[in-house]
Design a protein around this ligand. Structure first.
Ligand code: AMP
Length: 182
């Protein structure tokens, strides 16, 4: 296969054309941004991970924290690419060891997320990764757990952002990397 180089505009176009809008899922009024076509297309998936890594290359950090479930896919690939450790934040009841938890309001319902209580050492710097930033509830709950363990937020990274929901206002960092804003 031919390799192509995509600039920032090219990545935006690629992402836009590989995200499928699913109206009224999982609830009426929500337009779900389905990234499975993006993940399936190797060139688009690679370009996304490369673009995120490039935008984070000047940031000093120790771990990628990925949010279940699509944050595992993006965050796992990014952690590998940037040679960093990966820490999972999971939905309630999935982690096996001692954990801390945080409940919050989602765009569609309530959610509780958990992470292992020894996942982040004090003073570690972490990047929080998910596929999409909507209201910011998930990412800010994750940041609160990281802070409660003594870690600090070096930044956030998302493939896309629903800007009209103003989620970034809830994120306590200036380093918010987003490849495509709706
Ligand atoms: P929020 O906490 O409101 O920022 O929501 C972010 C989390 O919910 C992420 O894990 C997203 O994958 C998911 N999410 C929220 N809204 C949507 C949407 N419209 N399409 C796809 N995923 C969404």
């Amino acid at each position: 296969m031919k390799t192509r180089n995509y600039g920032p505009a090219g990545v935006e176009e690629l992402i836009k054309s590989h995200i499928r809008d699913i109206p009224d899922y999982p609830k009426p009024g929500i337009v779900f941004k389905d990234i499975t076509p993006l993940l399936k297309d190797s060139s688009t998936f690679n370009s996304c991970i490369d673009a995120l890594a490039q935008r984070l290359s000047g940031t000093d950090f120790d771990y990628i924290v990925g949010i279940e479930a699509r944050g595992f896919i993006i965050g796992g690939a990014l952690a590998y690419k940037m040679k960093k450790g990966f820490v999972p934040v999971r939905k309630k009841g999935k982690l096996p060891y001692d954990k801390i938890s945080k409940s919050y309001q989602l765009e569609y319902g309530m959610e509780t997320m958990e992470m292992h209580s020894d996942a982040i050492e004090k003073n570690s710097r972490v990047i929080v990764v998910d596929d999409l930033l909507a209201t910011g509830g998930t990412a800010s709950a994750t940041a609160a757990m990281i802070n409660s363990l003594g870690g600090s937020i070096a930044g956030f990274a998302f493939i896309t952002e629903l800007s009209f929901l103003n989620g970034r206002e809830r994120l306590d960092s200036r380093n918010i990397v987003v490849l495509l804003r709706y």
